[in-house]
Ligand binder design. Structure first.
Ligand code: SAH
Length: 347
């Protein structure tokens, strides 16, 4: 396939692009122009680069491709949520979601094709991990949603969450490169504080992020604050138990001074007792934090079931009475399988 054998031009750094132009007898400033087309303007073809001569565009086409993602299939939910099925240059597919609210438009993006983590309640886990996304495949998902946001809602994209398919901290360097582009003036110029990376809670990577001085927000998919329960639903907890996670979060907070958000689903018969709520409260005291109680989106025949509203109230009361901000997050896009944990390339 032609597209794979040519080099993907977006793999080149600005300096490398300059070098390419000079080697081919062109002025170095052309690189700047092309770079701007590629990143600032998200050009999907060389023909869009109208300030380059046709000859120059042809020369670029001979050497390079732009492996831009393709949004093949777009579904709109009754609540306005849009789910994109995105085809990558090698034919693999990931999903990303646009979530509109009154004040915000949030892009929920994927970081891997499938996922290796095997959380028992998550549909993406069933796809297994196929490969990591490249920085530009992550970036392109954001661009696609930014364009949809402007086209369908007449509003700018305001927030980005890494809560699509995959575990962002197991594709750390590509996620960081994508975020660098998203926040750079040469890219989308978005503020880091509007970006949230969600993780299953890999302790050593949380510490690395703190060391790297990242400026985005951290969310941890906690779901249980007792080891036995957490291990039974999230196998990662066997090698990465709660006390190690707690230590890593302390390290994160000491270095970044940024609050952590815990994502937590309450299920019948799994974590719906006061003992569990108290354990969560204790965990929340490790570092300043807030809690999102997420509605469960059923993915199968009923092994997991959403707890009753009374149980959620019990959690809410206990946490709020101890000063922990707690929100109940209703699902969006359920009718098109676009809600948390439902991304599984079904259509
Ligand atoms: N791997 C990262 C990013 C995925 S985010 C992480 O685990 O944080 C997807 C979020 O949806 C996570 O909080 C995950 O625990 C949650 N989730 C997974 N399956 C779900 C389901 N069926 N219903 C509700 N939330 C779910």
């Amino acid at each position: 396939m032609e597209t794979v054998s040519k080099r993907d031009i977006r793999k080149l750094k600005l300096d490398e692009l300059k070098e390419f132009f000079v080697q081919h007898g062109e002025k170095a400033f052309r690189a700047q122009q092309v770079y701007e087309w590629l990143w600032n303007k998200s050009a999907k073809s060389f023909d869009q680069m109208t300030n380059l001569s046709i000859g120059l565009r042809d020369m670029l086409k001979e050497h390079f491709t732009i492996n831009h993602i393709k949004v093949d299939h777009m579904q709109r939910s009754a609540d306005g949520t849009i789910k994109n099925a995105v085809t990558l240059f090698d034919g693999m597919v990931v999903e990303s979601v646009l979530i509109p609210t009154e004040k915000r438009i949030t892009a929920c993006v994927s970081s891997q094709v499938g996922c290796s983590l095997a959380c028992k309640f998550c549909a993406t886990a069933r796809l297994k991990r196929q490969r990591n996304l490249t920085p530009d495949e992550i970036y392109d998902q954001v661009v696609a949603i930014k364009e949809q946001s402007e086209l369908f809602f007449g509003r700018p994209l305001t927030n980005i969450v890494f809560m699509g398919m995959g575990e962002p901290l197991l594709n750390y360097s590509n996620v960081i490169s994508a975020i660098d582009k998203i926040t750079s003036q040469k890219g989308l110029n978005m503020a880091s504080k509007r970006i949230t990376v969600s993780t299953v809670g890999i302790a050593k990577m949380i510490m690395k992020m703190a060391d790297d001085g990242v400026k985005f927000n951290l969310a941890v998919s906690l779901h249980a604050a007792l080891d036995k329960t957490r291990s039974s639903i999230m196998p990662i907890n066997d090698t990465n138990p709660l006390d190690e996670l707690g230590d890593a979060l302390r390290y994160w907070y000491d270095k970044t001074k940024r609050k952590v958000t815990y994502e937590y689903v309450v299920w019948k018969g799994i974590n719906d007792t006061e003992e569990h709520a108290k354990a969560l409260l204790k965990f929340c005291k490790i570092v300043p934090s807030k809690v999102n109680l997420i509605e469960y989106n059923p993915i199968d025949d009923g092994e997991f079931q959403q707890a009753t509203p009374e149980v959620l109230d019990m959690y809410m009361h206990l946490l709020e009475s101890h000063g922990i901000t707690t929100r109940i997050r209703k699902s969006r896009g359920k009718d098109i399988d676009a809600a948390c944990g439902q991304l599984a390339n079904k259509s």
